[in-house]
Structure formats: structure tokens, C-alpha cells
Ligand binder design. Structure first.
Ligand code: ZN
Length: 354
């Protein structure tokens, strides 16, 4: 073999080893895309793709998200620039900033949200709700009451919630919560008025692999779900997208005891985003992620990262300190894009861009 053939062969190997699921692979990949202070996850299956949230910190991160998707669809030409389903957990702009651009750039077949028409992301949410029918997009809104109809504890699924049906690996996508139409007895008026508590809660099961997404659900929402699904495996998952960007009000001991995650992912901005501004809607002012949350996750997650890293984490709002992470806790500000490969046997491999 001459030099050029060897280079070509090496190149081919490199391309095939890239982060992409081939059509006949029995694996899925969850791409937690670095969108700064926001959330956007792309679930890649052998024959289709689902997005959970399409947020971004700002225009710059929205462009990065679109760039990631462009590169993704270039690798997966078989998907024909089509997203089978986009879900937006709740109508805040850090979860749906890119929604309009997404729907204008790619073919979106289905769209799910919690039905609300208020909140910082209401413009994009209302736009898609109102234009879905004309654009031939199937739309469904999810409420807690609908998911738990007749006292069901099995969650809700249908052909919009779970449109993926690949012969080599067929995920089960199930909804466990959405907008609360009725105020639960033990919620304050403030908790009920907070869109975070009306986040979609979605679990994706792929063979023995499982991933849980709870949007920005806060303590009140978590307590209600823990009570309702008590004694079931509804909230049990291996891969957890940590709620509310790793904030102090979205992770509890009881919750982690129920979920028993092996891998935690945090989607938030760089720690110093907003450091030189006054208080505002930024990572520095929020204090994401909190050291208290990282400590709790560290106690429940058994496995370690390949290498411990020292990062900046928050003791409180606008109070960051060095913190060493050695367990399998990954976060977009430290790891950039995070890709979790999962197979049908429940085996996971995490790769990060950094
Ligand atoms: Zn958020």
C-alpha cells in the first residue's frame, strides 16, 4: 500500500469513528449541545432524531447550535434534514431561543410543548403553536392532568410523543409531567405561577439504557412527582440531565435516591458569564451550578470521570469557587459538547469536545 492509500484508509477510519450513529447500528447518541446558559439536546437514533429544548444563551450560542446541527445533518444525510420531533420543556427563552430558526431551517414533523402562552419564550412558542397546522407540523400540548388521567402511573405516550421506530433499536419515549392546570394543594401561588414547575418531564428508554429530562422543574414540581409516582420506576434513569442547569432548587436527596443516576449532565453557561454586569439573567448571577448540587450528585453517582478536573462552581449567587469534580458529572461550561452513546444493553460511553 502506498503512502496515499494509507492516508486515505486512516482518514476513512477517522470519519467512521466519528460521533455518528449509522443506520444499522443498535445504538443511540444523546448530544448535549453547548448553548451556554440554556439547554438543547439532540437525541440521535438509527433512523431518526428528536430534540428536547432548543435554547441558547444569546445570538452567538444560537449560531453555534445551528452550526452543530448543520454538521450533524451533513454526517447523517439519510435523515434528509428532518427532525421527527421537537419538544420544548417550558416557554423560557433559554429553552426555545432557536425554535423559529430551527423550524425554518429543517423539516420539523412534530412539535410538543406544555401549552402555555406566557413566559420569556412566549414569542417563539406561540409562533410555532399558531403555525404548526399550516406548516404540516403535528402539535400536541402536554398537561399533568392528561398524563395522569384516570390515576394512571404509566406516563403518556403516543405517535407524536414517540415517533421513532427503528428496526435496529426502538426507543420508548414517555411523558411523565407537563403543565399543571390545577394548582396542587401544597404549592404556593408563587410556585404555581412559575413556568419552571410546569416543565415537561420525559424519559427515553433504549433497551436497558435510560435518560431523564425534567427541564427546569423545581422542588415543588419534583415533590409532587415523587409523591405521585412513588413505588414505580417512572423516574428511575441512568443518565440525568440535571434539572434547572444545576441550580440549588431542582435537585434533592429524595429525588436522587429515586432516579439513581450513573451519569449526570449539566447544561449551563460559563461561570463568569455576567460577572462584569450587575445582577441579571446570567450564569454568574444565578450561580449555576451550585456546589451543594454537585456534592449531592457526587454522593449518588458511583463512577468516576477518566480524569478529575477542577472547575468553578457556585457557593451562592455571584460567589464562585474552585471545585474538583471526579465523579461522572459532565457540564457544558467545562466539557463543551457532551455526547453520551448508549446501547441496548445499558452500556454508556461519554465523549466531550474538550
Ligand atoms: Zn432554563
Amino acid at each position: 500500500m502506498n503512502y496515499f492509500s494509507r492516508v486515505l484508509l486512516a482518514l476513512l477510519f477517522f470519519v467512521s469513528a466519528d460521533n455518528v450513529v449509522a443506520q444499522n447500528d443498535s445504538v443511540m447518541r444523546a448530544h448535549f449541545i453547548n448553548v451556554g446558559q440554556g439547554a438543547a439536546a439532540l437525541l440521535e437514533f438509527p433512523c431518526g432524531v428528536v430534540m428536547i429544548d432548543a435554547g441558547a444563551q444569546d445570538d452567538e450560542y444560537e449560531a453555534k447550535l445551528m452550526d452543530y446541527l448543520a454538521r450533524f445533518f451533513k454526517r447523517r444525510k439519510d435523515l434528509n434534514n428532518t427532525i421527527d420531533l421537537v419538544m420544548v420543556t417550558h416557554p423560557h427563552v433559554d429553552h426555545n431561543q432557536a425554535l423559529m430558526q430551527l423550524a425554518q431551517t429543517y423539516r420539523v414533523d412534530r412539535y410538543i410543548d406544555n401549552g402555555m402562552r406566557t413566559g420569556s419564550g412566549k414569542a417563539n412558542q406561540k409562533w410555532l403553536q399558531d403555525n404548526a397546522a399550516g406548516a404540516d407540523i403535528l402539535y400536541e400540548n402536554i398537561t399533568f392532568e392528561k398524563v395522569t388521567k384516570n390515576g394512571s402511573k404509566k406516563g403518556l405516550t403516543d405517535s407524536i410523543i414517540d415517533p421513532i421506530n427503528c428496526p435496529t433499536g426502538n426507543p420508548a419515549i414517555v411523558m411523565y409531567s407537563g403543565q399543571f392546570i390545577n394548582q396542587p394543594d401544597d404549592w404556593s401561588k408563587t410556585a404555581f405561577g412559575n413556568a419552571n414547575n410546569h416543565s415537561l418531564v420525559v424519559k427515553v428508554t433504549f433497551g436497558k439504557s435510560s435518560l431523564l429530562f425534567t427541564g427546569d422543574l423545581e422542588t415543588e414540581g419534583i415533590e409532587t412527582l415523587l409523591g405521585y409516582y412513588s413505588g414505580t420506576k417512572a423516574l428511575d434513569a441512568d443518565v440525568l440531565l440535571v434539572g434547572h442547569h444545576g441550580a440549588k432548587n431542582a435537585t434533592t436527596e429524595d429525588y436522587l435516591h429515586t432516579v439513581t443516576p450513573n451519569i449526570a449532565i449539566i447544561s449551563c453557561g460559563p461561570w463568569d458569564y455576567g460577572k462584569n454586569e450587575g445582577s441579571g439573567f446570567n450564569t454568574y448571577s444565578y450561580g449555576h451550578p451550585r456546589i451543594s448540587t454537585l456534592n449531592m450528585l457526587g454522593n449518588y453517582i458511583p463512577g468516576r470521570r477518566s480524569e478529575a478536573i477542577t472547575v468553578q462552581a457556585a457557593e451562592g449567587a455571584r460567589d464562585f469557587r474552585p471545585y474538583t469534580v471526579d465523579k461522572k458529572i459532565y457540564a457544558t461550561p467545562w466539557d463543551d459538547h457532551i455526547v453520551v452513546r448508549a446501547d441496548l444493553k445499558g452500556k454508556y460511553t461519554v465523549t466531550t469536545t474538550d
